[in-house]
Design a protein around this ligand. Structure first.
Ligand SMILES: NC(=O)c1ccc[n+]([C@@H]2O[C@H](COP(=O)([O-])OP(=O)(O)OC[C@H]3O[C@@H](n4cnc5c(N)ncnc54)[C@H](O)[C@@H]3O)[C@@H](O)[C@H]2O)c1
Length: 342
């Protein structure tokens, strides 16, 4: 497919900003930008999710500037984006946060994106990379098969928080398209699948299958799998996404949205048993349990795969890290953190 040409911004030697830079994906993206020779990386984050430890290792780095700011305060964004060549915008509420505070999520995920776009326009930022999600395909019985970029949004039979989150990402994407049409703002949308990796948090519903399993195993308990364990999940390793963000800045493509998912999907039962194996307790096999009606679950209508072929065409990106390898890194990081905090 032919892609529209735009300003391709080299990471090396540029002044870049990561909004929501104290996040799981943001902290890895900042590391990747520095490794690729960025001149300066500004982390813009209000630190409201307690992300300070994620960026503690960058303290004292003369190429890194931390701005504690809020995307809902346009004047703060306008001041911080002066002279910035490209932005990766990651700050957002996900499903579990939407469940607790829907209005906060709508503000940050919709008005926040609009403010970021306004700051880009005002300060002539050449390229914006916006983190969307496979949540734009929705959840529930309608979601199955190959999820390619043209698949429509399914909302029937899914929890409201998941639908509000997916809808907010659709709005964010469309605000980017609108800015391209009206002001020629170059952008690439990356639709991340569920992220996992070092600095993993408890805010993503699907990644709980990893962290809660690891926690149970540490307590010597059998991990739990909801239902029969045949549900599909499709993860992507955080370092692969950090590469994708940098490649999207550098690619000549614009006005495009692509899936960025890992090498292949996995079932919840396979995942939980793999975490048990990699934790050295393959004897602690998963116990099948009934769903807890008070907890938000992200279900689909059957097996699915989030197809990432278009990302190869648009930005030259493919995932490199298998789940076995990435999970090994995540579990090693969690063990080291537990020791450090003991
Ligand atoms: N984690 C996943 O599984 C996943 C999957 C698909 C898409 N995504 C998307 O990727 C992005 C990054 O995800 P993550 O898990 O790394 O995020 P995260 O939850 O670790 O961090 C989000 C960051 O945004 C910041 N933030 C929140 N509100 C803000 C505001 N008003 N102003 C400034 N900063 C604010 C928080 O302090 C936090 O550091 C998000 O846009 C998310 O929707 C994530």
């Amino acid at each position: 497919m032919a892609h529209k040409a735009s300003a391709a911004v080299p990471v090396k030697g540029s002044k870049l900003m990561v909004i929501g830079g104290a996040s799981l994906v943001g902290s890895a993206t900042v590391d990747e930008m520095l490794a690729r020779g960025a001149e300066q990386v500004i982390i813009f984050d209000n630190l409201s999710f307690g992300g300070q430890p994620n960026i503690a290792h960058l303290e004292g780095n003369p190429k890194v500037k931390v701005v504690q700011g809020d995307i809902l305060k346009l004047h703060q964004l306008l001041a911080a984006t002066e002279g910035v060549d490209a932005i990766v915008h990651l700050a957002a509420y996900m499903t579990l946060n939407f469940d607790r505070d829907p209005w906060g999520g709508i503000d940050v995920n919709v008005r926040g994106v609009q403010n970021v776009l306004e700051a880009c326009r005002s300060n002539k930022v050449k390229k914006l990379v916006f983190s969307s999600s496979n949540a734009v395909y929705g959840y529930g019985p309608g979601v199955k098969g190959d999820l390619v970029e043209g698949v429509p949004f399914h909302s029937e039979g899914a929890p409201p928080a998941a639908i509000l989150y997916g809808a907010s990402k659709i709005m964010g994407e469309q605000l980017c398209r609108d800015a391209f049409r009206k002001h020629g703002q170059d952008y690439v949308v990356l639709r991340f699948s569920t992220v996992y990796g070092e600095r993993q948090h408890y805010r993503a519903a699907n990644a709980l299958y990893i962290v809660e399993t690891h926690d149970a195993i540490k307590r010597g308990e059998r991990p739990k799998v909801i239902g029969d364990g045949s549900e599909t999940k499709h993860f992507v390793y955080v370092g692969d996404l950090a590469r994708a963000c940098c490649m999207a800045i550098e690619a000549p493509s614009t006005d495009v949205a692509v899936n960025t998912s890992g090498p292949e999907p996995i079932t919840t039962l396979q995942l939980v048993n793999l975490v048990a194996e990699l934790s050295g307790r393959p004897d602690l096999q998963a116990e099948l349990v009934e769903p807890d009606p008070t907890k938000v679950r992200l279900t689909s209508g059957g097996a699915f795969e989030i197809v990432h072929k278009a990302a190869k065409d648009a930005i030259g990106w493919e995932p490199q890290v298998t789940m076995r390898e990435g999970l090994g890194r995540l579990l090693a990081w969690r063990d080291a953190e537990a020791k450090r905090n003991a």
